[in-house]
Ligand binder design. Structure first.
Ligand SMILES: C[S@@+](CC[C@H](N)C(=O)[O-])C[C@H]1O[C@@H](n2cnc3c(N)ncnc32)[C@H](O)[C@@H]1O
Length: 249
């Protein structure tokens, strides 16, 4: 018996891995994060028990897993995007380990990747930014020392900010001194869901544009010059005359 933490992807039910989908279809118990996992993903399941974890606390979730373990039933524990990012799987794993219940993680397509795809963008352009900072707005969960937005902004790397759309004025005020008011920003709402929407602007005007759209929750903020029209060089990977292991001379 195993608890499988499965990445459901960003919303489109086709953006789950083949392995994740197979597990969802065959596990006798499914526990899914109902706030962000699309129910369409659960179609064709054969489970005898399907539980929405949005209505449970940690102990109740672990109790569901322990009951399945006692019956020898595998559990598909379905989280949005990739479970390793803001998935709260760390505490579940700690409880499972304490009880000797085996687990495995099946990765998923994170919202960051889905949003970059939607924008048709590469987040790591040569000479512009080679680093992506994945972070969150720290309101209910305070940020650890050294990870305040102002500290991260000093790198001027491409930044993906989760759980922050309702704090956009504060985010803009913190980022603008480092990135510059003309730095491109995209705010993407419910990427890959029906009705997905997004807006592109700069740190100077994004607030007004997002207010116009009325985005409140489930939106990702992408910041960085990679989203603009800055000139960048071709990467060395496909450069003619550049020899490497797979293209020698
Ligand atoms: C609790 S975090 C979960 C992140 C998830 N584990 C992942 O890998 O994408 C939820 C936040 O991720 C972002 N997010 C998740 N799905 C999204 C989507 N489809 N479109 C835009 N942002 C999304 C939003 O910032 C949302 O508030």
């Amino acid at each position: 018996m195993t608890v499988y933490f499965i990445g459901a992807g960003p919303g489109d039910p086709e953006l789950v891995t083949v392995k994740g989908q197979r597990l969802i279809q065959r596990c006798p118990v499914i526990i899914y994060a109902g706030s962000l996992v699309p129910v369409a993903l659960l179609e064709n399941h054969t489970a005898e028990r399907v539980v929405n974890s949005a209505e449970l606390d940690l102990q109740a979730i672990i109790e569901e897993m322990a009951q399945a373990h006692a019956k020898g039933h595998d559990v598909a524990r379905v989280h949005s995007g990739d479970p390793s990012l803001y998935g709260a799987i760390g505490e579940q794993i700690r409880c499972l380990q304490a009880r000797g219940i085996p687990f495995e993680i099946v990765p998923g397509v994170t919202a960051v990747a889905a949003c970059a795809a939607l924008l048709g963008s590469e987040l790591t352009l040569p000479g512009i930014s080679q680093t992506v900072i994945l972070t969150r707005y720290g309101s209910r969960s305070p940020m650890p020392p050294g990870e305040a937005l102002a500290d991260l902004a000093r790198h001027r790397a491409t930044m993906a900010i989760h759980l922050g759309v309702s704090h956009l004025p504060d985010i803009v005020a913190t980022l603008a001194p480092c990135y510059g008011a003309d730095c491109p920003v995209a705010v993407i709402h419910k990427a890959t869901w029906p009705g997905q929407d997004w807006v592109l602007g700069t740190l100077a005007d994004i607030q007004q544009k997002v207010e116009g759209k009325g985005f409140r929750r489930t939106a990702l903020i992408l910041v960085g010059r990679v989203l603009g029209n800055d000139v960048f060089e071709d990467s060395a990977l496909y450069r003619a005359g550049k020899a490497h292991l797979y293209r020698p001379g």
